[in-house]
Design a protein around this ligand. Sequence first.
Ligand code: ADP
Ligand code: MG
Length: 218
Amino acid sequence: MLLDVKDLHKTYQTADGPFAVLRGIDLQLAAGETLALTGESGSGKSTLLHLIGGLDTVDRGAILIEGQDIAKADDTARAALRRGTVGVVFQQFNLIPSLTVADNIAFQARLAGRHDPAWTDALTDRLGLTEQRGKYPEQLSGGQQQRVAIARTLAPRPKLVLADEPTGNLDEDTASKVMDLMLDLVAETGAGLLMVTHSQALAGRLGRRLHLRSGLLA
Ligand code: ADP
Ligand code: MG
C-alpha cells in the first residue's frame, strides 16, 4: 500500500483550550488511485494533508508511506520524503519569488537529485508555460502560478501527490482544464493522488471520495 493512515489524531492548543481536529482517521491509498477529500471549511482537511506530507507532527497514530511510518521518522527522514516521495501542491502556490518559472519548476527535483530535463520540459509544455519560462512568479496570473506549482510538484515524479484545493483560486473553466491536465500527468507517473477540494464537480472526477466531519472520515 502506498499510503496507510491509521487512527490518526491531532489536537491544537488554542486560547480556548485544546481543540481536537482529527479524532481517529483511517485512510488507504494505492499507487495509481485518486481520492478526493471534501469537508466544510475548518473541518481539518489541510491539517490532514500537512500531517501526511510530513509538515507537522501527529499526536497519535501512524502514517505509513510505502511501509515507512513518517509519524515516527526524524526530521532528516521526513525531509527526504518531502523532497522525493511525496509532493505537495499548496493552496497558496508557495513559489520562490527570486527564481524564474523554469527554476521554480526544477527546484525540488534538483534538490532531490531527481531532475529529468526531458520530463521537466514536457511538464512545462503541457501546462502551457513554455513562454513563461524566463519570467518571475510576480509577472504571472494566478492560473499560471498555479500551473507552475503543479509542474514543480510533479517534476521529481513523486509517488504520492497531495494537493490542497489546487484549483481553488481559478475560475471554473480554468480549474476544469488544470484538473484534466493534473489527472493526466498523475496517471502517467502512476502516482497516487489525494486532493482536497470543496467542489463536488471536481471531487466527482476522482476515483474515490471521502468526507471529513467532526474529526472523522466517512
Ligand atoms: P480546512 O483545511 O478543512 O479548512 P484546517 O485543517 O485548516 O481546515 O483547520 C481545521 C481547524 O483547526 C480550524 O478550526 C482551524 O482554525 C484550526 N487550526 C488550524 N491550524 C491551527 C493551528 N496551527 N493552531 C490552532 N488551530 C489551528
Ligand atoms: Mg484548508
